[in-house]
Design a protein around this ligand. Structure first.
Ligand code: NAD
Length: 321
């Protein structure tokens, strides 16, 4: 079995490799060649931690495994560790034997950013020039870097509940030579693409903050009760997701479905656009919305890619089991 430690991931995994792995597995899901298993997520009653498993099997890519981990809210203050902690375990689908154990922290950020980037590649207007960000935390910088590679963006605008965090986004925009401007929520009407990545439990972005033709990648809502956007936005948009069952139960669509504004059948798997089974955006005026809930198969796809890279570069550790 191979071990790829967390410390090696940054020097191995690229945004391009993460994008390709996630795009391919979304397509495999749409072709019913890959499926996610039910998510387990439990409050441990210890250290206020949330812990769980996200697993799946990609028959096309021959990747079987799970990501185990969660959120330990006191890690940073008490131990200087990041609060999100996860590890991916891969198994040989032919024999059930363990194949690899891979650090999952950086991979989670890369695969989440890759998912919204895949949605932008396939759903944003080709002439999108202004990128809007809602949220400025740990994930937001990864989201911004990946999104900027998808269109010829000319400027970035952003809003965050805690405005003192926005310079972090400005620095990322600067890295690629783009201007960044902090705006009120109404200012997001100027955006052609908007990424939301907050831990909000109430709508932030309202329908009148979004112009016709915009593509939204809503990435923060991954748990029951979380919410970033006005359900009316979903009612007026074409809604896409990684996994329909998750979208309507723990994703942004949970609220619009509960209020009867949209039905499960209105939510389209992004993989169907990638495979050509769904047309995706149908006009320059349509609002498209990707509800990115985060699926186990994304984690397995990027972990499998990084194991291949680590073995090729002699950076994987081999242990006998
Ligand atoms: P973080 O703690 O680093 O940042 C949180 C962000 O949310 C900050 O911008 C903060 O200002 C903002 N915020 C906090 N409370 C808010 C509130 N009440 N209203 C509006 N904004 C608020 O977290 P992070 O690691 O950047 O993660 C952001 C979100 O993304 C979390 O909800 C996390 O669970 C989610 N996430 C989703 C996926 C996925 O696959 N969809 C993957 C990883 C993380």
């Amino acid at each position: 079995m191979w071990i790829v430690p967390e410390a090696q991931i940054a020097s191995l995994m690229t945004r391009e490799a993460a994008f390709t792995a996630v795009e391919q597995v979304f397509a495999a899901m749409a072709r019913d060649e890959a499926r996610n298993f039910p998510v387990v997520r439990e409050a441990l009653g210890h250290e206020d931690a949330l812990y769980g498993f996200k697993g799946g099997f990609d028959r096309a890519g021959k990747v079987l495994g799970l990501k185990a981990g969660g959120y330990w809210p006191h890690n940073l203050e008490r131990r200087g560790l990041i609060n999100h902690q996860s590890t991916v375990f891969l198994f040989d689908p032919d024999t059930g034997q363990p194949v690899a154990m891979v650090g999952g922290n950086l991979l989670t950020a890369l695969r989440t950013a890759a998912a919204s980037a895949v949605s932008i590649r396939h759903l944003a207007r080709p002439d999108a020039r202004v990128l809007g960000m809602v949220g400025a935390g740990h994930q937001a910088k990864f989201q911004l870097r990946a999104a900027l590679e998808q269109r010829a963006f000319e400027r970035v605008i952003g809003w965050n509940l805690h405005p003192e965090m926005l310079p972090g986004l400005a620095a990322v925009a600067e890295e690629v030579g783009l201007p960044f401007e902090a705006v009120p929520l109404e200012g997001l009407r100027a955006a052609d693409v908007i990424v939301t990545i907050t831990s909000s439990f109430a709508p932030i972005l309202m329908a009148d903050h979004v112009s016709p033709g915009t593509h939204l990648a809503c990435m923060g809502t991954d748990t029951k009760g979380k919410q970033e956007v006005d359900p009316q936005l979903l009612a007026g948009a074409r809604v896409f997701t990684d996994e329909v069952a998750q979208s309507i139960s723990i994703g942004e669509a949970q609220h619009a479905v509960a209020q009867g504004l949209i039905a499960e059948a209105d939510v389209v798997q992004l993989g169907r656009v990638i495979t050509g089974a769904d047309p995706g955006r149908r006009s320059d005026q349509e609002i498209t919305l990707f509800d990115g809930t985060g699926v186990g198969l994304q984690d397995l796809a990027v972990a499998a890619a990084v194991v291949d890279l680590a073995i090729a570069q002699g950076k994987a550790i081999r242990v006998e089991v």
